[in-house]
Design a protein around this ligand. Structure first.
Ligand code: NAP
Length: 280
C-alpha cells in the first residue's frame, strides 16, 4: 500500500483546525514567528510557504528577517525579543543559516517552550528522558504516518538509517518509546543489507538517493522514506522507490510522503506550545 502523506496531513488538519477554533473562543490565536536570516532562496520560499500554511489555519504568522551580513549577536537579540513577546507562540528558524553563523549558538537562545521544531538541547533532553516537550516536526511526521495507517510498532524490528540530531536519533527514540526494537545504522555500519533485510519497518533518512534498494528489503516490510533530493530537476527520496515498492508491504512516496506531513506538524507544535504557555 502507498502510505499517503497528503491524506495523513488532511486528517490531522481537520483535528487541528477544530483545536484552533476552540482556542480562539477562549480569546487565544497562536502566532508563528518565522526567522529568516540571509538570502537563501529555498529558505525564502519555505518561509513564504509557511505563511500560507498559517493563513490556511487562520492563525497569525510573521517573517522576521536579518540580512546575510547580520552578526550572531544581531540574531540573538532578535530571538530574545521574540522570546519576550507574549504574542509570539512559536519560533521557527529557517535553515541553513548564512556561512559562518553557528547554528548551535543561535538555537540555544530560543526559549524551549517556543522551540516548535524541537531544536534546543532542552527539548532533546525532554524527549530522551520521556518528559513533555516540543519535538522535531519531521520525526513526528514519520510517527504520524505510521499511526494514521495503524502500523503496529510494539515488538517490531525497526531499522533507522541515519543518526542525525534532527531526524535519525529523535525518530529512533520515538519508536523506542512505543516499544519497538530499534537498530540505528549510519555511514560506518557494516553489512547494512543484513540488518535491513531482517526489519519489519525501515526508516530511511540518509540524504542520498538509492540508499535503500530492493535487495535490502524483506518482503512485506514497511518503508518510510524521509529523504528529499533533487536529481536532474526531479525530487526523489533516499529509497529506490520503483523497485522497493514491488517488495515492500507499505511505502511512502517522495514527494507526497513524509514531507507533506512535516508542515502540519509545525502547526501541531504551535498549538501544543500555545496550550503549554496558557497553563503557565
Ligand atoms: P544528515 O544530517 O546529512 O544525516 C545523514 C545521516 O545518514 C548521517 O547520520 C549519516 O551517517 C547517515 N548515512 C550516510 N550514508 C549512509 C549509508 N550509506 N547508510 C546509512 N546511513 C548513512 O541528514 P538529515 O538532516 O538527517 O536528513 C536526511 C534526509 O532527510 C535528507 O535527504 C533531507 O533532505 C531529508 N529531510 C526531509 C525532511 C522532510 O520533511 N521530509 C525534513 C528534513 C530533512 P554519519 O552520522 O555516520 O555521517
Amino acid at each position: 500500500m502507498i502510505l499517503d502523506g497528503k491524506e495523513t496531513a488532511k486528517a490531522l488538519e481537520e483535528k487541528l483546525k477544530k483545536q484552533i477554533a476552540e482556542s480562539k473562543k477562549e480569546g487565544f490565536i497562536p502566532k508563528l514567528a518565522i526567522l529568516l536570516i540571509g538570502n537563501s532562496k529555498p529558505s525564502q520560499m519555505y518561509a513564504r510557504f509557511m505563511m500560507k500554511v498559517a493563513e490556511n489555519y487562520e492563525i497569525r504568522s510573521e517573517i522576521y528577517e536579518k540580512s546575510e551580513d547580520a552578526t550572531e549577536d544581531d540574531v540573538k537579540k532578535l530571538i530574545e525579543e521574540l522570546n519576550q513577546d507574549n504574542t509570539v507562540t512559536g519560533i521557527l528558524p529557517m535553515m541553513p543559516l548564512p556561512k559562518g553563523m553557528r547554528a548551535e549558538e543561535i538555537i540555544k537562545c530560543i526559549d524551549p517552550d517556543k522551540d516548535i521544531d524541537g531544536l534546543t538541547t532542552t527539548n532533546a533532553g525532554r524527549l530522551f528522558t520521556g518528559k513533555e516537550g516540543l519535538f522535531g516536526c519531521t520525526p513526528r511526521a514519520v510517527m504520524a504516518i505510521l499511526d494514521y495507517y495503524g502500523i503496529q510498532l510494539e515488538g517490531k524490528k525497526v531499522v533507522v538509517m541515519g543518526r542525525s540530531n534532527v531526524i535519525g536519533k529523535p525518530v529512533a527514540q520515538m519508536l523506542l518509546d512505543r516499544n519497538a526494537t530499534v537498530t540505528i545504522c549510519h555511514s560506518h555500519t557494516k553489512n547494512i543489507k543484513e540488518i535491513t533485510k531482517k526489519a519489519d519497518i525501515i526508516i530511511v533518512a540518509v540524504g542520498r538517493p538509492q540508499s535503500l534498494t530492493a535487495d535490502m528489503v524483506n518482503t512485506g516490510a514497511v518503508v518510510i522514506d524521509v529523504g528529499i533530493n533533487r536529481v536532474e530537476g526531479v525530487t526523489v527520496g533516499d529509497v529506490d522507490y520503483e523497485h522497493v515498492k514491488e517488495i515492500a508491504g507499505d511505502i511512502t512516496p517522495v514527494p507526497g510522503g513524509v514531507g507533506s506531513v512535516t508542515t502540519t506538524m509545525v502547526i501541531e507544535s504551535l498549538v501544543k506550545a500555545g496550550k503549554q504557555q496558557r497553563k503557565k
